[in-house]
Design a protein. Structure first.
Length: 114
């Protein structure tokens, strides 16, 4: 799961933008379009090739609003894709530096934006 939240709960405009962005990401991911993260992190991001090669429907993507932002849940029964998702999340956490923090469970990341 990836969660993006603002630090300032009063920043309703940023919350709105985060929610819109994650809904758009969900739609793109459902069509194996990972160009958004690739643009930021590069095409060689660990785990990305496996995600792009996944058969349609092998991963489900569910976005929802949360307090101060939104999140996307990723679900699959394929062990290779689970490993690719974890690798991909870890690479994103590394790239985002101190603004990204890992959640309580492996593969559950949370990014905080100002």
């Amino acid at each position: 799961m990836q969660r993006v939240v603002v630090r300032d709960a009063a920043d309703t405009e940023q919350i709105k933008l985060i929610r819109q962005h994650l809904r758009e990401m969900q739609t793109r991911f459902e069509h194996a379009d990972f160009s958004g993260p690739s643009h930021i992190h590069g095409d060689e991001m660990p785990g990305l090739a496996a995600l792009k090669a996944a058969k349609p429907g092998a991963i489900s993507y569910i976005s929802r609003d949360v307090d101060r932002g939104a999140e996307i849940a990723y679900r699959t029964k394929d062990a290779t894709l689970i490993a690719a998702l974890h690798t991909w999340f870890d690479a994103q956490l590394s790239d985002h530096g101190p603004d990204a923090v890992e959640g309580h469970e492996r593969g559950h990341s949370q990014s905080a934006m100002q």
